[in-house]
Design a protein around this ligand. Structure first.
Ligand code: F6P
Length: 738
């Protein structure tokens, strides 16, 4: 209330000062103009009266003055003629009996033989009096006075002040009303909501996120307070979850537990993640604005929760069209940052050689057994080396002030980076996580730069793969390719003084604790799916993902079991990826054509077997599909892990869904209760779809229930915790920074 009154007081004062000031100025300039006008009119009239009466007075005439008075006198203009002693000879009737107040003016005009003028009240009215001396031979012989009615000046002034008072009154009322409404809507209500929210928070009731305050009004303060409140809410939820788990005797990994674990293991040592793909890209949205986009990347899905939990710096390629405008270093997530993103800018040539060339036309097909011939070009290799050097330099710059930093390098884009970092910062703990499979040593042997790649990787203290099988492949490759001792008992590689631990860490996703969604059927209706069953696939269009194989399997399913036509819709969410590589463009065409063909052949009025959605979908949208879908198909020909499978399971809030999963994914080693398929075997996949839809409900539910428990238990926080634990366990000689 006091704030409101103070605000109002200030507004009233401003209104009063401005309106009063302007009124005063208006009155002043108007009055000046009116007085000048009076002067002019009075002087003209007085001269005329002087001319007409001077001769009469000079010859001492007793009559003739009435004519002068009649000629020049008017209702608003009185005339008086005086002799040399200032006595009235003749005067207009309305002033004749009360001429006294102007006598001093008359006397002064005669004595000084010059005109005088002033305002005077004559006969109860304000008049402007102008007196001119009458002369003979330049000597005064009397005077003539003109009295103009000036009463209207006072009336006009009074009117002006009255108008001003009314204006101030109306403005004040209006301002009071508007201010009251604005304060109520923009301040009191939001504040009351925040206060209510805070009360609930204090009372220990479970609360959702705090209501948003108007950032434009409260500026950074609002952002900070809201951020603080959110952090509190998160901390509270995390603590509640911890307590719940403790009571239940469970030892689940949570965001909070990971945070504490990292703190205990690494203390104040800061964490650095390096990956090619950035967690958030800024892109022009086509409407003149800039939008934040989360890329379709399993790596980002997995690592972001860790950065949210532990903070630190994430170094990545700034690849968004508007990244340079958004900035080289930004806090994420907005508006409540928990960690920093440091972008590395690459030239067209660097990106072509390092990313499209060596990483994705060389290492990618080399590591995936999909019968795609790797392309090894010396130019690409040079760029790959150079870009690894650039990322290492940026990372070293970021770590300049950090003591014993912890580095988590990600994926096949940075095989050389661990060695480059360790050479410069032996005090750093460096882990490299390889998100894709590792082939057997013969397959790897076709890479012309296999030695350099292995030596670069072995600069790390710890190398992680998704499965023990890939660790074994890697160790065997090392053993048969370079000099160094593989210790199979401890799964380490020893080269000189340096030892690298090689361990499996099956990556996972964060538990799904986002807002609840409507039930499956209601959600399907919202998504415009009218069939009894919905299937879902979510992929980057990549030849490792088995998309044409999946479409062929769906075709076979509708052929073998025609009774399912019109009753099953399969939605394929596809995000385009690496489109500058001809093989990817060809695949995009192939998939579109395959969808078109099946839809043409089987589609009927009001039903298409496959709904193909080829655009970027954010996680919230995908989550709705996951939740609505009765089955999800993951049919990779070869995949390190495949997080879509785990995301689908994590997104379920009942046990009604089914997962059809390629046995060539890392995920299939853990998710044994999925319907495991060979994606090269069309009949097998078609049968799996049929089995998933017609399974005994109890069997289906118990499968999904076990899958859900597994993904909940082995979640991304556990992955990071295990990796951190292993990294912290590695003995490190005490090193001074060089
Ligand atoms: O699977 C390897 C990987 O790097 C993932 O980590 C990521 O999901 C995917 O490839 C994304 O590829 P890109 O960044 O080239 O679009």
């Amino acid at each position: 209330m006091r704030f409101f009154l103070r605000l109002l007081g200030a507004l009233w004062l401003a209104t009063f000062v401005v309106s009063g000031g302007f009124a005063w100025y208006e009155r002043h300039s108007e009055r000046t103009k009116q007085i000048e006008d009076l002067h002019r009119r009075a002087a003209l009239a007085a001269d005329a009266v002087r001319e007409a009466s001077e001769r009469l007075v000079a010859r001492g005439a007793r009559t003739g003055y009435e004519k002068v008075l009649n000629r020049f006198g008017r209702q608003d203009r009185a005339i008086a003629i005086f002799d040399a002693f200032g006595s009235v000879i003749e005067a207009s009737a309305e002033v004749r009996r009360s001429i006294g107040p102007i006598s001093p003016l008359v006397t002064e005009a005669i004595q000084r033989n010059q005109a005088t003028r002033a305002f005077a009240t004559v006969n109860g009215r304000t008049r402007f009096v102008h007196v001119v001396p009458l002369q003979q031979d330049d000597g005064p012989i009397g005077a003539a006075a003109v009295l103009l009615d000036a009463e209207y000046l006072d009336t006009a002034e009074w009117d002006l002040w009255q108008r001003t008072a009314v204006r101030i009154g109306v403005l004040t009322l209006l301002l009071t009303g508007i201010t009251w409404l604005v304060v109520r809507w923009s301040v009191t209500r939001p504040m009351a909501r925040i206060a209510e929210w805070t009360r609930q928070l204090k009372s220990g009731k479970p609360v959702t996120l705090p209501p948003q305050a108007d950032v434009s009004l409260f500026g950074p303060l609002a952002t900070e307070v809201t951020g603080l409140a959110r952090t509190l809410a998160r901390a509270r939820l995390a603590a509640a979850e911890e307590a719940r788990l403790r009571l239940a005797g469970e030892s689940l990994w949570t965001e909070e537990r990971l945070k504490q674990f990292i703190e205990i293991r690494f203390g104040e040592r800061p964490m650095y993640v390096v990956s090619n793909r950035e967690p958030v890209s800024h892109v022009y949205d086509g409407r003149g604005g800039i939008a934040e986009v989360r890329p379709a990347s399993g790596l980002v899905t997995a690592l972001e929760p860790i950065m949210l939990a532990c903070g630190g710096v994430w170094v990545a390629h700034g690849s968004g069209s508007a990244d340079r405008v958004a900035g080289e270093r930004i806090g994420l997530p907005t508006p409540d940052p928990a960690y920093s993103l440091r972008r590395v800018w690459l030239s067209e040539q660097e990106e072509t050689g390092y990313y499209y060339g060596f990483a994705n036309e060389g290492l990618w097909p080399l590591c995936h057994i999909v019968h795609e011939r790797p392309q090894f070009r010396a130019d690409d290799w040079e760029q790959y080396r150079a870009v690894n050097g650039r990322f290492a330099a940026t990372l070293l710059e970021e770590m300049e002030k950090a003591e014993h930093p912890v580095v988590l390098a990600q994926d096949y884009h940075f095989a050389l980076l661990p060695q480059l970092v360790k050479q410069n910062r032996p005090d750093a703990r460096v882990a490299l996580f390889w998100h894709i499979p590792w082939p057997n040593f013969e397959a790897f042997g076709i890479c012309p730069w296999q030695d350099e790649i292995l030596l670069g990787m072995l600069g790390a203290d710890l190398i992680g793969f998704h499965t023990q099988f890939h660790c074994n492949n890697f160790l065997e490759t090392v053993e048969r390719t370079i000099e160094g001792r593989v210790d199979w008992e401890n799964f380490t590689v020893v080269r000189g003084q340096h030892r690298t631990w090689v361990r499996p860490f099956p990556i996972s996703v964060a538990p799904d604790d986002a807002e609840p969604l409507p039930a499956r059927a209601a959600l399907r209706a919202e998504l415009g799916i009218g069939t009894e069953w919905l299937g879902i696939g979510v992929e980057r269009v990549d030849y490792t993902k088995g998309l044409p194989e999946r479409i062929r399997a769906l075709r076979r399913f509708f052929e073998r079991w025609p009774e399912f036509r019109r009753r099953v819709t399969f939605v394929q969410i596809a995000s385009l990826s690496r489109s500058r590589i001809p093989r990817y463009r060809a695949l995009q065409e192939e998939v579109r054509e395959a969808v078109r063909s099946i839809n043409e052949e089987f589609g009927e009025r009001g039903w298409l077997p496959i709904v193909y959605r080829e655009r970027h979908h954010d996680h919230a949208e995908i989550r709705r599909y996951y939740r609505a879908a009765d089955f999800c198909m993951v049919t990779s020909l070869h995949d390190g892990m495949n997080l879509v499978a785990k995301e689908y399971v994590a997104a379920q809030d009942d046990d009604e869904g089914s997962l059809i999963l390629s046995r060539f994914t890392g995920a299939s080693r853990e998710l044994r209760d999925a319907w495991l398929v060979n994606p090269y075997d069309m009949e097998d996949m078609a049968a799996a779809i049929h089995d998933a839809l017609t399974a005994d409900p109890d069997d289906r539910r118990s499968r999904m229930s076990r899958l859900r428990s597994h993904v909940r238990e082995y979640n991304i926080y556990g992955w990071a915790g295990m990796l951190a634990a292993e990294l912290a366990r590695i003995p490190q000689p005490s090193l001074q920074r060089g």
